[in-house]
Design a protein around this ligand. Structure first.
Ligand code: NAD
Length: 472
């Protein structure tokens, strides 16, 4: 008999069980918080060229303790039921950690998105959306997808358009999906949100002297070295924002085509341009090409950012990892077995369900914007500007001194949508980290941040169940 491979979903369940013992909650309630509520598996035909291709796809709703459910849609040839179940499960805990009032869900379409033309991808996306509509697996109050690996705002626009074709004038239909282009009911700051959230999360960790000195580093993110796996949406924004706002030095980047290393730093925006124009990161001037892309994961650095797919750090390479901090930008990049090895070595893991929750946080803002039918900041921007202008005027009059035009413009600016989104995201990442740390410090038997994050999430969800009185 063949031995079952210990996969991503097993890792998530194992981490859940490890945390559940610290909650003291009854077994039945823990089962309900752990298991997936609904799994929808579809096979649908799409015309590709002059052939029919049958596409395998999923939508999993992990928990309806809060509605709608929420989670991205992944396009990848590795998609399978257990992967989507694992991702949907993480979404529930992620939403709880950042106080976003949704249950978790996830979608997956088993295709290699880089193999299809734009037209073909559009046909696949629209047909998948129709399948979700048919079974009530999409809707602003029901289940709200978003981008994930292999999808972006373009796919979300197709989903919105398809949904609205069937929505028959439903007032809030724009809230059926998030991560849409800004000019199609999206929100400013959504595209960068996950990477920006990753940056805020890492930055917050480095503010905590007790945690940072335990791994032999100085507090503060500035000057820390970073290695990034995957230069897609999450990896590229994490890198460029960490560079520009945190003064971090990115010394290595890996992509499907290979990995590069440059001791004095790689400029991420320049690297993106090089990849776009030449098709490969390996053409970045002055960088050393590593023998394999996996080698990048084992480089000496302060912060390793896996931002591609799950199971990248496993029992086979965990012992070779030299990073002090693993910042899980991707979902499930470290297997539960690798984690045991890493924790023994003293590596800090900033867990996915907290660290990459910036995407769902800003998706929540987008959904609220769609339901309110109004841009954030529209009501107060001018009022705030006038109030600050008056304050500056009074100060000038009372002191007899005046500020110059540049200073005045800076002091009197009312907040735009992007300012509010970023400030809401930063606040969320800081306060969520503090909640997790509080559990970590309070419960002496909890020795890692992932377990503390799970306990934080499970307790919040259990409170929701209790206040809803859902059990007859
Ligand atoms: P993406 O498709 O934009 O980018 C992923 C990149 O990783 C691609 O450029 C791909 O070529 C690269 N890649 C794949 N295998 C690789 C390997 N072995 N080595 C190096 N590079 C490799 O996807 P994304 O949206 O950035 O998602 C990345 C991860 O972040 C996924 O785990 C996803 O679930 C998670 N995530 C994404 C979001 C979001 O808002 N997009 C939110 C939360 C979590």
């Amino acid at each position: 008999m063949s031995k079952k491979i210990h996969g991503f979903y097993d890792s998530v369940l194992e981490s859940f069980d490890k945390a559940a013992v610290h909650t003291g909650l009854p077994k039945g309630l823990l089962e309900q918080i752990k298991l997936c509520n609904a799994v929808y598996r579809i096979n649908f035909p799409v015309k590709i060229g002059n052939k029919i291709e049958v596409v395998e796809a999923y939508r999993v709703q992990h928990s309806n303790h809060r509605n709608p459910t929420k989670g991205g849609i992944r396009y990848s040839s590795h998609v399978n039921q257990e992967e989507v179940m694992a991702l949907a499960t993480l979404m529930t805990y992620k939403c709880a950690i950042v106080d976003v009032p949704f249950g978790g869900a996830k979608g997956g379409v088993k295709i290699n998105p880089w193999k299809y033309s734009e037209d073909e991808l559009e046909r696949i996306t629209r047909r998948y959306t129709v399948e979700l509509i048919k079974k009530n697996f999409i809707g602003p109050g029901r289940d709200v997808p978003a981008p994930d690996y292999g999808t972006g705002s373009r796919e979300m626009a197709w989903i919105l358009d398809t949904y609205q074709t069937f929505a028959n004038g439903e007032l809030d239909s724009a809230g059926c999906v998030t991560g849409k282009p800004v000019n199609q009911n999206g929100i400013r700051g959504r595209t960068e949100a996950t990477g920006r959230g990753v940056y805020y999360g890492i930055k917050e960790f480095f503010e905590h002297k007790d945690l940072v000195s335990a791994i032999g580093l100085e507090p503060g993110i500035a000057g820390k070295t970073m290695v990034i796996q995957g230069l897609g949406n999450v990896g590229s924004y994490t890198g460029s924002i960490s560079q520009h706002e945190g003064d971090v030095k990115v010394i290595s980047v890996s992509e499907r085509e290979g990995a590069i290393y440059k001791e004095d730093g790689i400029d991420i925006e320049k690297l993106l341009k090089v990849r776009k124009s030449t098709g490969s990161i390996l053409n970045y001037p002055g960088a050393k090409k590593l023998k394999t892309r996996e080698e990048a994961l084992e480089l000496k650095c302060d912060i390793l950012v896996p931002a591609a797919l799950e199971n990248q750090i496993h029992v086979g390479n965990a012992k070779n990892i030299k990073a002090k901090v693993i910042a899980e930008a991707a979902n499930g990049p470290v297997t539960s077995r690798a984690e045991k090895i890493l924790l023994k070595k003293g590596v800090v893991i900033l867990p996915d369900m907290y660290l990459n929750a910036g995407g769902v946080t800003v998706s929540y803002f987008e959904w609220l914007k769609n339901l309110s039918h109004m841009r954030f900041g529209r009501m107060e921007k001018r009022f705030d500007h006038n109030t600050y202008l008056n304050l500056v005027g009074i100060t000038e009059r009372l002191t007899g001194k005046s500020v110059n035009d540049k200073e005045k413009a800076f002091l009197t600016r009312g907040a735009d949508e992007i300012d509010l989104v970023r400030s809401g995201l930063e606040e969320t990442m800081i306060s969520s980290f503090q909640q997790i740390k509080e559990v970590y410090k309070r419960k002496r038997k909890i020795t890692d941040l992932r377990t503390a994050a799970f306990v934080t999430a499970i307790n919040k969800i259990s409170n929701d169940y209790n206040s809803l009185g859902v059990f007859p």
